[in-house]
Design a protein around this ligand. Structure first.
Ligand code: DC
Length: 218
């Protein structure tokens, strides 16, 4: 069985998908991490991603492997575990940028479909229900207002001891939404047969329960 969860950055997709996967004994696949691994390579090697040749040459040098260790997804970029490094803000912004490029999306398509073909998966991303797994048995579009998403991110950073600027966080979130929703290839949008969940005023547990309930009713 395949469950697709799409939605904008910061809607809580990964937290919720991880918990739901545990309850259902499914594998959680975070596709954003794959785009982030590619972005990290581009940043580390100062690749000009606007040059088609430079982008393609770089992609030819990239090998991404997804492993699951103790239920958690690990991402290996050319043999190195980059699961932590890819969480940085600048890597997320670069991921959104490289995700607009056709050759990048093509490179990740087989990897994503292969994982879904061989396991029961909950896969989260932007185009899972619309493009990667159009036949997924359950599709969720998980969203929340940009104010709520900025607030959540602010709290996360403040808890880490940082002193974030909430207005800047909101601006970044809205810029990323715009880029992800308005690109030409596989933009973020709700699939026609997806269930819309707005988590703005829901707890994590309530959202997980709703998704698990929907999955069990299939
Ligand atoms: O979910 P995330 O923040 O880790 O994703 C990083 C970027 O990767 C996101 O801004 C857009 C891109 N992405 C995508 O285009 N398609 C996906 N299926 C997943 C992520």
């Amino acid at each position: 069985m395949n469950i697709a969860i799409d939605g904008p950055a910061g809607a809580g997709k990964s937290t919720i998908a991880k918990l739901a996967a545990k309850e259902l004994s499914f594998i959680y696949v975070d596709t954003g991490a794959m785009y982030r691994a590619i972005a990290l390579f581009m940043l580390n090697n100062k690749v000009d991603v606007e040059s088609d040749d430079a982008l393609q040459a770089a992609l030819n040098k990239i090998d991404i492997v997804i492993a699951h260790e103790d239920g958690a997804q690990q991402v290996y970029l050319n043999g190195e575990n980059v699961s932590q490094t890819i969480r940085k803000e600048e890597v997320g912004n670069m991921a959104s940028k490289v995700a607009t490029k056709g050759p990048v999306r093509e490179k990740l398509l087989d990897l994503q479909r292969g994982l879904a073909a061989s396991h029961d998966v909950i896969m989260d991303g932007r185009d899972i229900g619309t493009n990667i797994l159009p036949k997924a048995e359950l599709k969720i579009y998980l969203t929340a207002s940009s104010d709520v998403r900025a607030e959540r991110r602010y709290k996360e950073l403040a808890e880490k001891g940082e002193t974030p600027d909430i207005a800047k966080i909101k601006e970044d979130i809205e810029a990323r939404d715009y880029q992800d929703m308005h690109r030409e290839i596989a933009p973020l949008k709700q699939a026609e047969d997806a269930v819309l969940i707005d988590s703005s005023y829901m707890t994590i547990d309530e959202v997980v329960e709703k998704i698990v309930g929907l999955a069990k009713s299939i």
